[in-house]
Design a protein around this ligand. Structure first.
Ligand code: WT7
Length: 649
């Protein structure tokens, strides 16, 4: 079955949406011509405790970099996500929680209940001495208490740093140290795919490491009741705190530019960066994009399958939907447990109207065939979304035809942790779809393609994707390292924000993201820095040197391929290979496990000693017939050996 390469907007979809193609064209033009006027209006989406008079104060010039939005306004994110809905939507379900095990009961939490729980927990945090500007690490499974913890921090002006529950104690420790968190919020155990994850045990291990000394209290949600160690003067039960705390906790008035949260993400070099987002601009941006891209309506049941440990979970499980007074589904489990029809079962069970998931999940489910999908009706779904990595037209077509029965538009949304929210995406009533393309920029967004020298390319072409101007949801700094922010994003091409992505633009002005052009690998939509995996590998005594590259992977999009040179007194063996994988899992987490480790007696290097990853990428992709010029290598001979012993043929 083939999917057409152009799918026009369906008239019935256009008729019921706010924005049709003409409105898109007109509003887009206006949003660029009068950018400040556009954002001045959009800022009214949220409630301000002190109205803003200033809107935009931005310079992308590296010598004078600053990004400020609505700077003299004050507001509170939790008040916008909760209090302001109470009058009209107090009894509306805010969160539907679907547990890992479908035999367990789901939970429905109304806006009123969520408000009370957040207020109680915010009071409890305050009672522990947490206040404005303090950092709180949240290391939680996908349970409603994770959202409560985030909103409670926002209510009292503390910054949260959510660390994905799949990260190892080492990764957790380095994030706690970098953020200087005073409190860690966790659960006894997480549950995913029927397996328990020892979250509290991991926290204990992280906090026992030398140098991890900022944490005063660990707050533990009881999820499974599993056995855990308890440190009397440090550990507190979430349930006890909530029971004793006051339900009365007025929201702090926060400056628009006060930090809301940080979220660690991998770059091409060094340790993960704490991407910092602020209060006003972020909220305006996620509220706007969540409404427009998903064509939100009052009775929608919105399901974004991302974990709150990633930006997608922040912006489109918690903040966007709740700011808009929507019902958001929080799913604790995985797509293939207890069976590969789980997603569709959940859609029917909760009458999901909008499903937003990742290409890696779509590809994995596509492999199981159409039958598991057809076990369920899916008749409530009216819109499908994709995020996290390029979606290949085949997976797009399956999602569109089999899951959505050609009834539901598919919005392929391009964005990044750094961008806070979606920047390039179709609007369901306005944009003709092309499978595999994220299509066109949202309002106020000015993408451009540049060549290696930073010259802007016009028309149908391919280049590096940059953004020429700011938007309110843009990150403001790398926590604790502003220079790194400037160097990473604003120095490659002067006066522009560099995304790190390559991209093609076609004759209709549609954008086709081709993937990272830096040393970042996108594994199942998760960003992994090659440098991090390399430093984990060389931490093993047997490893002299390691070079890590991505390779095309049918399900994950990209897999991790490591070339490892051993020390002279070590021998390759299957046991050592396993040990190395284990080392990476311990240093970073299971998501960074190398798929392949190739023993490399030598690595291809330039005469100045720089590893030529371009060549390694070709070998890993089994494209060694396209190595290009290798004459500049210090020892061209090493390449032949690596090609002959390549692991993918
Ligand atoms: C990188 C950002 C945005 C939340 C999830 C990932 C890739 C993301 C798409 C898409 C092609 C995409 C890019 C980007 N990416 N969405 N729709 N089409 N590529 O956030 O971990 O910060 O990763 O994910 O390469 O730079 P992230």
């Amino acid at each position: 079955m083939t999917t057409p390469s152009l799918i026009p907007v369906k008239p019935e979809v256009a008729a019921r949406t706010r924005i049709d193609s003409e409105a898109y064209a007109r509003l887009y033009r206006e949003s660029i011509d009068d950018n400040e006027g556009f954002w001045r209006r959009e800022g009214q989406r949220v409630d301000w405790m002190r109205p803003y008079t200033q809107v935009k104060d931005v310079s992308f010039d590296a010598s004078d970099l600053h990004i400020r939005w609505y700077a003299d306004g004050q507001l509170n994110v939790s008040a916008n996500c909760l209090d302001r809905h109470l009058e009209k939507r107090g009894d509306k379900t805010a969160i539907i929680w679907e547990p890992d095990n479908p035999a367990d009961a789901p939970r429905h939490i109304t806006y009123r209940q969520l408000h009370e729980e957040v207020c109680r927990f915010a009071s409890a945090l305050k009672a522990q001495g947490v206040g404005k500007g303090d950092r709180v690490t949240i290391y939680m499974p996908m349970v409603p208490e994770a959202a409560v913890a985030m909103l409670a921090c926002a209510r009292i002006g503390a910054m949260h740093s959510v660390v994905f529950g799949g990260f190892s104690p080492d990764s957790l420790a380095s994030r706690i140290v970098d953020s200087g968190s005073r409190v860690v919020i966790t659960a006894d155990e997480g549950v995913r795919g029927g397996r328990a994850i020892p979250l509290k045990g991991n926290v204990d291990e992280a906090l026992a490491q030398p140098g991890v000394d900022s944490v005063e209290k660990v707050i533990v949600v009881r999820r499974t009741g599993g056995r855990i160690n308890w440190f009397e003067d440090r550990d507190l039960w979430y349930g006890d705190l909530i029971a004793d705390a006051s339900p009365d906790c007025p929201p702090e008035a926060m400056d628009a530019e006060a930090p809301l949260f940080m979220l660690y993400t991998s770059g091409s070099t060094g340790k993960p960066k704490g991407v910092l987002h602020t209060t006003g601009g972020y909220l305006v941006y996620v509220a706007m994009t969540h409404e427009l891209v998903f064509d939100l309506r009052e009775d929608d049941i919105f399901w974004c399958t991302a974990d709150v440990g990633w930006i997608t979970g922040h912006s489109y499980v918690v903040y966007g939907p709740l700011a808009n007074g929507a019902t958001t589904v929080m799913f604790e489990g995985v797509p293939n447990h207890p069976d590969v029809d789980r997603f569709w079962q959940v859609c029917d069970r909760h009458r999901v109207t909008i499903l937003y998931t990742a290409p890696t999940a779509i590809r994995a489910l596509m492999r199981e065939g159409d039958e598991p999908v057809q076990r369920w009706r899916r008749d409530s779904i009216r819109l499908l979304g994709s995020v996290g990595e390029p979606i290949n037209p085949e997976a797009w077509g399956w999602y569109y035809r089999v899951v959505g029965e050609e009834r539901c538009p598919v919005v392929d949304t391009w964005w990044q942790t750094e961008t806070g929210g979606i920047l390039i995406s179709p609007l369901p009533g306005a944009t003709d779809l092309k499978p595999g393309s994220a299509t066109r920029p949202l309002f106020g967004i000015q993408p451009a393609l540049v060549d290696a020298e930073g010259r802007i390319l016009e028309g149908a072409t391919e280049g590096n994707l940059v953004l020429l101007d700011s938007w309110p949801g843009q990150m403001r700094t790398v926590y604790g390292d502003h220079q790194r922010f400037i160097d990473t994003y604003f120095k490659t091409y002067a006066g522009m924000y560099f995304t790190g992505d390559g991209c093609r633009r076609d004759e209709d002005g549609y954008y086709w993201i081709t993937g990272r052009v830096d040393d970042v690998i996108n594994v199942s939509g998760h960003r992994i820095g090659t440098a991090e995996v390399e430093s984990a590998l060389v931490a093993h005594a047997a490893v002299a040197e390691a070079a890590v590259v991505g390779f095309p992977h049918d399900i994950k999009g990209q897999g991790i391929y490591a070339f490892v040179t051993l020390t002279s007194d070590s021998q390759p063996s299957e046991d050592l290979r396993k040990e190395l994988v284990q080392t990476v899992r311990a240093c970073i987490g299971p998501i960074a496990s190398p798929d392949h480790i190739q023993w490399a007696p030598g690595l291809p290097k330039t005469r100045s000693g720089k590893i030529m990853r371009r060549i390694l990428r070709k070998i890993a992709a089994n494209e060694h017939d396209q190595l290009g010029d290798i004459s500049t290598l210090a020892d061209p001979g090493v390449v032949e050996g690596l090609v002959n012993n390549r692991l993918i043929r």
